[in-house]
Design a protein around this ligand. Structure first.
Ligand code: G1P
Length: 296
């Protein structure tokens, strides 16, 4: 049977408790915190759609319904804005996603980790169908017109190998992320390299490299079988990295795809402020205001 190379569906896990951003996230999902004037989740959904994704699957939990509401129609608000003639604002809240894009959600009933969250959406991915995962904590600011995620999809179409976005980090940051082991540790002019293993949040001394997983994945369908066989690992959770480790052990090729973007981990205060500053600096009026503040 010919393997499918089209990537049409993206799973976006949003069930996390947002503990790193408390107290801001006590009542508000972290995915709805704004970067300039839009919630974080909207950028990620737009990133997916701009790369050709047609179906978004949110993996959520009870208490985070505001995320689904953000992508829903708010008839009362639309009616009021229409009546007041506030066309620009109306446009920004109407059709948050294009009409031909399907968005659905499934619940993760227990906080059992990223691998478990992905498994909760498995029934919505067809047999043999490869799919994407985007972790919305990570704000990926492209430096050119072709975003990393689109380049990963194009690469998968050509080579048929799973792609995992990575960036180089400092030694003291390895314990915050999934780290890849690479056959050859230098990318040089290559955009991707074969992965030989994964370690979830290792200390610097046991990290196999300095390349961390950013939170953009293009994966073959068989990942679900491997997650099913994965028992709880780091922090008592079912880790996606453990399942991916089993895949590479069994000779299925996965590749680390090097990011060309600026990445902000918005699950942390630093990253969240960084993303806001980066976007604010690209807005002429706000830039002027920031300069004024800094002169005070
Ligand atoms: C998850 C993954 C980790 C990855 C990170 C990216 O960790 O388990 O491998 O590097 O996302 O943000 P989490 O941030 O959910 O602890």
């Amino acid at each position: 049977m010919k393997k499918i190379r089209q990537i049409k569906k993206a799973i976006i896990p949003v069930a996390g408790l947002g503990t790193r951003m408390l107290p801001a996230t006590k009542a508000i999902p972290k995915e709805l915190l704004p970067i300039l004037d839009k919630p974080l989740i909207q950028y990620v959904v737009e990133e997916a759609i701009s790369a050709g994704i047609k179906e978004i699957i949110l993996v959520t939990r009870s208490g985070k319904e505001a995320i689904e509401n953000h992508f829903d129609v708010n008839f009362e608000l639309e009616y009021l804005l229409e009546r007041k003639g506030k066309k620009k604002i109306l446009k920004s809240i109407k059709n948050v996603i294009p009409k031909d894009i399907k968005i659905s959600s499934v619940k993760q009933d227990r906080a059992l980790g990223l691998g478990h969250a992905i498994l909760c959406a498995s029934h919505l991915i067809d047999k043999g169908e490869p799919f994407a995962i985007l972790l919305p904590d990570e704000f990926v600011l492209n430096n050119d017109s072709k975003n990393d995620f689109l380049r990963m999809i194009n690469c998968f179409k050509k080579e048929g190998k799973g792609q995992i976005l990575v960036e180089k980090i400092k030694n003291n940051e390895t314990s915050k992320y999934g780290i890849v082991n690479l056959d050859n540790k230098k990318f040089g002019k290559k955009e991707n390299l074969k992965i030989t293993g994964f370690v979830e949040k290792p200390l610097a001394k046991s990290a196999p490299s300095n390349y961390r997983i950013i939170g953009r994945y293009i994966l073959p369908h068989e990942v679900f079988n491997y997650i099913n066989k994965t028992s709880s690992g780091k922090d008592g959770e079912i880790q996606l990295t453990d399942a991916l480790n089993h895949i590479v052990e069994e000779q299925t090729n996965l590749e680390a795809f090097l990011s060309k973007s600026d990445i902000y981990d918005c699950g942390t205060k630093k990253g969240f402020i960084g993303a806001n500053i980066a976007l604010a600096l690209s807005d002429k009026e706000i830039l002027k205001y920031i300069k004024e503040i800094l002169r005070r």
